[in-house]
Write a new protein. Structure first.
Length: 332
């Protein structure tokens, strides 16, 4: 997602890609080390190949929350509009978000049709009126959610349409003025951080964390200054996460990152992700400091993209950074 200021915006698939065998000592940037060094640490937690991937629960809240939340221009924020969007939030889970992404990215469905199928089971209150434009950024998830919001608002009585827009630097000012777009599907932690920097400067104290309620409270306060009002956050979230193959999780009997740390004390884990991972506090250093995980090596790929996922599936790395609502996690 090109507009998210998480690790995904910082990593581009490494040109030429470093060899899959590249690894370093725990905490390194992957610029050294050999297979012999990794083997010496143990073999209990080396990667296990498998097509099915599963996210391990971030049970100590290392990652910043990024639940889906309706962002509304203050000038357009009527009770009827917010009630319609809140009905969507109340129904939308991460599993739903994964399924919506899969319906478009894997099954090649039309975002508007996929949105309509989801809304068939959502009870949207009526009573609204007026014209509303819902913005959607240029990636699948945002486009689907924009169509969900627009169709929910149409059901509520508004004349709603979807406008495809560029990155946050382009659409956020338009949303704040409310002149071109009035509603946008946003992400709690990412937008809170963006508004905090916009209002308080790059050196401002962080306002986003692993605490959803606290982050929403901070976002709401920032919105008052920025000309934005927010609906209720959904359970659905799209945030940095760490995945293993289902075969690996079954073999070790792990479902959380804490359980992984307990099972892999021999230091044989290998990690894959974007080149910045060994320096980013929510990536390798965070895993080491928050969970006590030890790594035999790190291999750079892309930011939650096909290279990282393929490396996990091939068993080239034990665990890798992904995004929690990726279509790859769809089941059935």
């Amino acid at each position: 997602m090109a507009s998210r200021p998480m690790i995904r915006t910082l990593a581009i698939a490494a040109a030429g890609l470093l060899a899959l065998s590249a690894c370093g000592e725990s905490g390194s940037s992957g610029s050294g080390g050999t297979g012999e060094e990794s083997a010496a640490s143990g073999e209990a937690c080396v990667g296990i190949a498998g097509e099915e991937l599963v996210v391990l629960e971030d049970d100590k809240s290392l990652q910043t929350v990024d639940n889906i939340i309706p962002a509304v221009s203050a000038a357009a924020a009527t009770p009827e509009l917010l009630a319609a969007l809140d009905a969507v939030s109340a129904a939308l889970t991460t599993d739903d978000l994964i399924a919506l992404n899969a319906a478009v990215d894997i099954d090649r469905g039309d975002p508007a049709e996929v949105a309509g199928e989801f809304l068939a089971d959502v009870d949207v209150p009526t009573g609204g009126s007026g014209t509303i434009v819902v913005g959607g950024a240029n990636f699948t998830e945002s486009q689907v959610l924009a169509n969900v919001y627009a169709q929910a608002l149409t059901t509520a009585g508004f004349s709603a349409s979807v406008a495809s827009v560029g990155n946050r630097e382009i659409y956020l000012p338009a949303l704040q003025t409310g002149q071109e777009i009035q509603v946008f599907p946003e992400y709690v932690g990412t937008l809170a951080s963006e508004l905090n920097e916009q209002i308080n400067g790059a050196d401002a104290e962080p306002v986003a964390s692993g605490d959803l309620d606290a982050t929403v409270t901070n976002l709401t306060a920032l919105g008052e200054t920025a000309g934005l009002v927010f609906g209720q956050p959904a359970e659905a979230a799209d945030q940095n996460a760490f995945a293993v193959t289902q075969a690996f999780a079954d073999e070790l009997g792990v479902a959380t990152l804490s359980e992984l740390a307990e099972a892999c004390a021999d230091g044989s884990l290998t990690l894959g992700g974007p080149t910045e991972c060994p320096e980013r506090p929510f990536c390798q250093p965070g895993l080491e400091e928050t969970y006590g995980l030890q790594f035999a090596g790190f291999t750079p790929y892309d930011a939650g993209g096909p290279l990282t996922k393929a490396a996990i599936q091939a068993g080239e790395v034990s665990i890798g950074l992904v995004f929690s609502s990726d279509a790859v996690f769809a089941t059935g």
